[in-house]
Design a protein around this ligand. Structure first.
Ligand SMILES: [Zn+2]
Length: 292
């Protein structure tokens, strides 16, 4: 499914996406001249709002992407599906570089996980292993959450954020300035976690992207020194829309297919088709029956 979406996206991606935006000025004769904007260098945290420059036509000015919110892991979402441009983000240069947060086996990839979506990559570790910041940056979140356990979110100078979850111990505080490789905490099994691992997310303006879009975990490096971000990185949201259209019912004592069909305005034959079961199938208490 994902592969099809990506192919679709590549086919429809605006081919001019890699061009710099151009400004026009008039010379003395009044002819219009096109002047290429200089590519921006790596931007500092304090001027992140300037980072949206090349997408300013598609992002409303009022959107507070650059807000420095230190008590909300998930900030306001933005629909990147509307953006036609491609942003080039610097990952490695003379001032910054990627450091693997922890070196270990990948135990779960970004993507659909049964009826939920997994917005990060899980990396195996032992409780107590050092977890490091992937790039230079500043700590936006350092807290305990029911889901993520001890969690740290670092905002990087290039607009990316990385999230490190299920830590046994946090070693940084909000507003700490980090260099790439600085320990953010120790690996663990806190929050909604079954076994010690690092849940590692990469986000761009709070929209998760697949860590593998930029990182080769097998080689412990980034694929390239830059990352081109476009609609393609967010095409998975189409898959999410399809998933949110799907609804399940958890079977309780006494439920029959007839009851469930009536409750959701469906029919027994439709439920059978959706779940690959027959009319005579015995329902177990706690079983999930797809109703939409
Ligand atoms: Zn995870």
């Amino acid at each position: 499914m994902r592969l099809i979406l990506i192919l679709l996206c590549l086919l429809t991606l605006n081919v001019s996406a890699f061009e710099h935006k151009e400004d026009t000025v008039a010379n003395q004769k009044g002819d219009k001249l096109f002047i290429k904007k200089k590519p921006e260098g790596p931007l500092m945290v304090s001027s992140l709002n300037a980072f949206v420059d090349s997408v300013s036509n598609t992002i409303p000015d009022s959107m507070p992407f650059h807000d420095w919110i230190t008590d909300d892991i998930h900030q306001k979402k933005f629909n990147f599906g509307n953006i036609q441009d491609t942003m080039t983000i610097v990952l490695n240069d003379s001032t910054d570089h990627y450091t693997p947060p922890v070196e270990g086996r990948i135990t779960s990839e970004f993507g659909k996980r049964r009826w939920r979506y997994h917005y990060g990559t899980d990396i195996d570790l032992n409780t107590g292993d050092t977890v490091r910041s992937a790039f230079n940056g500043r700590v936006r979140i350092s807290t305990y959450s029911k889901t993520y356990g001890h969690v740290v979110v670092v905002r990087h100078n290039n607009g990316l954020e990385t999230l490190y979850a299920h830590l046994s111990k946090r070693k940084v505080e909000v507003d700490s300035i980090l260099t790439s490789g600085t320990p953010v905490g120790l690996g663990g099994n806190t929050g909604r976690s079954y076994g010690s691992h690092l849940h590692f997310e990469v986000r761009y303006y709070d929209e998760a992207i697949d860590t593998r879009d930029l990182i080769s975990f097998e080689s412990n490096c980034t694929h390239s020194d830059t990352l081109a971000i476009s609609q393609c990185n967010f095409i998975y949201r189409e898959e999410l829309k399809l998933m949110s259209a799907i609804k399940y019912h958890r079977v309780r004592s006494g439920n029959t297919l007839g009851h469930i069909a009536r409750k959701y305005g469906s029919s027994v034959s439709k439920l059978c088709r959706l779940n690959g079961i027959s009319r005579n199938s015995i329902l177990r208490i706690g079983q999930r029956i797809r109703v939409r």
